[in-house]
Design a protein around this ligand. Structure first.
Ligand code: ARG
Length: 564
């Protein structure tokens, strides 16, 4: 429907389809029509006042009105379009039935690489990693819906000086038994203990410790057998723990990579940087000076020859471009790494790679606790992701059990889906850059702007559709306001999927799903379905709603439930 209007306007005002589409608004109230075209921005070009432009356009359009539009009007500087509701209804039902509704070919033949999740081995899976996993996953699905090929890479933090501390700590205080029992907890405790030894001022024992820890990392970088063996063990055990989280979340990756993969590519990167005259020696270390760009200096190699996070990211980016020839590479990583990615992208640009401009840091904000503090520890204790997720599932179970008695298997599966919907939606409904409060009770509520509410709306529609195989003909007459509103909302899906891609903003999909469910619930409240005269049409409408809500939730990574 919108496309018909776009075509009409394009012809008259000398703008292209995208420009017109960006200007068109969905009218907030029915008496203002269905779509509105504001004429303010044309005033300069046409050297006329916007109100006069709106009037002229409306009069012109009236003379050649396409069948889909029943009338055109103007008010102030707006041209208002009233679409033919019967055609709208037929069009929406047909589109949904055809399948593929909400998919575009915007990215046909192009590839997006997404660097996401990326937890650090031997450390707890952080809440920031959870955000990256959920948001990255959704962005991936949104890209796919827009026709892009997608490669999701989990880039583990599995290299760096901290492993010197962990290895040193393990050799000194570690226990094989503890390691087996709860690897991440044990390794993390060793790390914390080791870190506490790092000097405060000039404490000689601390300095000695730091020297030892550095030595262990250097040995690791040089391929020392014992250290490599320990590191491999830590990595394997950590990954096994992370996999439990990914299994629960139902999220997979195309590639499991990590900083360690680039350990032996450091020389190459440094050679390339030197070839472009970009590195400077600084007290035995190597740096790239980005002060002129306002980005400080990036440390490329420490004076003891060990590599750094920036260097590994440079090597990884070069390698990924070689491997995937991506059209876009999205790093879904917390905002606290803003400077890091600015430096990486700037260095790539200075090295002469024109694809540096296709690298994007899609930041996310912090998770805060109820009291507004950073969500990292509880009562001074580190929280483990597995425990948090487990807690949400348990609570979902309690909620469910209060409502009805279910067989254990059904209960487990349903509670898992509800818990995930609660967490995914609770996160994704916010623009990713905003900080948000991780409030399990709010996330889990069955009413309001929550994941469970959406699942419930979906299940409700499913049960209606399931109950009847209506033989009544689909008669589209005398459409009620709530029917029209729901039809229009469904019709808007395609637009939202595209906008969500353009802004890398899953929240647009999430908010759309909520509004869609609200429109459905208003409709269902106002219009009897079963046994009504319009049963045939209304059932089709309910089904269309259910299909589109299911697709929308799917783009957020949320699985639906048929019965709830
Ligand atoms: N492992 C890092 C961290 O936890 C995130 C890595 C993000 N990706 C990257 N290519 N640097 O902070």
């Amino acid at each position: 429907m919108k496309n018909v209007i776009i075509k009409l306007i394009m012809k008259e005002v000398g703008l292209d389809a995208v420009e017109v589409a960006d200007l068109i608004e969905v009218s907030p109230r029915m008496e203002m029509g269905d779509f509105a075209f504001p004429c303010f921005s044309l005033a300069k070009k046409l050297k006329k006042n916007p109100m006069a432009i709106a009037k002229d356009l409306a009069e012109k359009f009236r003379k050649e009105l396409p069948g889909e539009i029943s009338s055109v009007d103007f008010k102030g500087a707006y041209v208002n379009f009233f679409i033919d509701k019967k055609i709208l209804a037929e069009d929406v039902l047909a589109k949904v039935k055809r399948g593929g509704f909400g998919r575009s070919d915007l990215g046909e033949g192009e590839r997006v690489v997404i660097d996401m999740s990326s937890p650090n081995i031997a450390k707890p899976f952080g809440i920031g990693h959870l955000r990256s996993t959920i948001i990255g996953n959704s962005i991936g699905k949104i890209c796919e819906a827009n026709g892009f090929g997608v490669t999701k890479i989990n880039y583990l933090g599995d290299w760096g000086t901290q492993f010197g501390k962990i290895i040193f700590g393990f050799k000194k205080w570690g226990s094989e038994m503890e390691l087996k029992k709860n690897p991440i907890k044990h390794l993390y405790e060793l790390y914390v203990k080791a870190n506490a030894k790092v000097p405060n001022g000039h404490d000689p024992a601390g300095l000695e410790f730091e020297k030892e820890a550095r030595k262990e990392f250097k040995k690791l970088e040089e391929g020392d057998k014992e250290n490599i063996g320990l590191w491999e063990k830590f990595r394997k055990l950590s990954l096994k723990e992370f996999d439990k989280i990914y299994d629960l979340l139902g999220i997979e990756f195309d590639v499991i990579s990590g900083e360690s993969f680039y350990n032996d590519k450091m020389g190459e990167v440094i050679d390339k940087l030197e070839g472009k005259n970009l590195v400077k020696k600084d007290d035995g270390a190597m740096i790239v000076d980005l002060k002129e760009e306002g980005l400080g200096v990036a440390l490329i190699q420490k004076s003891d020859g060990t590599s750094l996070y920036v260097t590994r990211d440079l090597a990884a980016a070069l390698d990924r471009y070689k491997e995937y020839k991506f059209d876009k590479m999205i790093y879904e990583v917390g905002q606290e790494q803003r400077l890091h990615f600015k430096q990486v992208f700037k260095i790539l640009e200075k090295m002469g790679y024109d694809w540096a401009g296709d690298c994007i840091h899609a930041t996310h904000g912090l998770y805060l606790d109820n009291d507004g503090k950073k969500f990292a520890t509880r009562k001074g204790k580190t929280v483990f992701m597995k425990d948090i997720l487990g807690e949400v599932v348990e609570r979902a179970k309690v909620n469910l059990t209060e409502r009805e008695k279910l067989p254990v298997k059904v209960l487990d599966e349903r509670a898992r889906k509800i818990a995930l919907a609660a967490i995914f939606y609770g996160d994704l409904k916010n623009f990713r850059e905003n900080n948000m409060i991780f409030d399990i009770d709010k996330f889990l509520a069955f009413e309001g702007d929550t994941g469970p509410y959406l699942l419930y709306s979906y299940a409700r529609a499913s049960s209606i559709v399931r109950k009847v195989r209506s033989k009544k003909v689909v008669k589209i007459v005398d459409l009620k306001n709530s029917e029209i509103k729901l039809l229009k909302k469904i019709d808007g899906f395609e637009d939202v999927v595209q906008k969500a891609y353009e802004n890398l903003a899953p929240n647009l999909i999430a908010n759309y799903c909520f509004e869609l469910a609200q429109s459905f619930n208003e409709f269902y409240h106002a219009c009897p379905v079963l046994g009504s005269e319009k049963e045939g049409f209304r059932l089709k409408l309910v089904d269309a709603f259910r299909i589109i809500l299911g697709k929308g939730l799917g783009l957020l990574g949320i699985e639906t439930i048929e019965e709830m």
